[in-house]
Design a protein around this ligand. Structure first.
Ligand code: ZN
Length: 137
C-alpha cells in the first residue's frame, strides 16, 4: 500500500482538514506526492514570478492557514516528459485527477481542480492549466 513521504506529510499537514482527509485516503490506493500546502509570501511570489501561479501573496488559496489549496502529483512523475508534452505522462496525470475527483465526490468533499477550474468537465475552456492544484470550495 502506498504511503506519503515525510515531506508530503509535512506539506499536507499545513492544509485544512478536508484536504488532509481526502489525500490521506487517496494515497492508500494511488501513490502521490504533496508538493505544496501552505505558501508563505516569499514562496508565493517566487512561483508567481516563475509563471507557476496566477496570483501574488496573499491572493492564493495556498496563502491561508490552514491552507485551502494543495498541490499534488502522481508518484513518480517525470517532469521532463511533461515538459516535452509526452502524451502518456500527461494522460497519467489526468488519470490521477479523475481518480481524485471521484474519490472526493464519494467522500462528500467539494473540491476544485486546476485542470478544470469551473468544474464542467470541459478541459478546453481553461485559461491556466494547473494540474497539481486542488482547493476546497
Ligand atoms: Zn496550487
Amino acid at each position: 500500500m502506498p504511503k506519503f513521504s515525510d515531506r508530503s506529510i509535512d506539506n499536507l499537514s499545513t492544509c485544512n482538514v478536508d484536504l488532509i482527509l481526502l489525500f490521506t485516503e487517496v494515497v492508500q490506493y494511488y501513490d502521490c506526492s504533496v508538493v505544496y500546502g501552505f505558501r508563505d509570501k516569499k514562496t508565493q511570489d517566487r512561483l508567481y514570478d516563475e509563471g507557476k501561479s496566477m496570483v501574488k501573496f496573499p491572493g492564493s488559496k495556498h496563502n491561508h492557514y490552514p491552507s485551502r489549496g494543495v498541490d499534488v502529483q502522481p508518484y513518480p512523475i517525470d517532469i521532463k516528459l511533461l515538459n516535452k508534452h509526452d502524451l502518456k505522462e500527461w494522460g497519467r496525470f489526468y488519470n490521477f485527477i479523475g481518480y481524485v475527483r471521484g474519490f472526493a465526490q464519494k467522500m462528500g468533499i467539494e473540491v476544485r481542480t486546476g485542470s478544470d477550474w469551473d468544474g464542467d468537465f470541459n478541459l478546453k475552456d481553461q485559461n491556466f492549466d494547473d494540474l497539481w492544484h486542488w482547493e476546497t470550495i
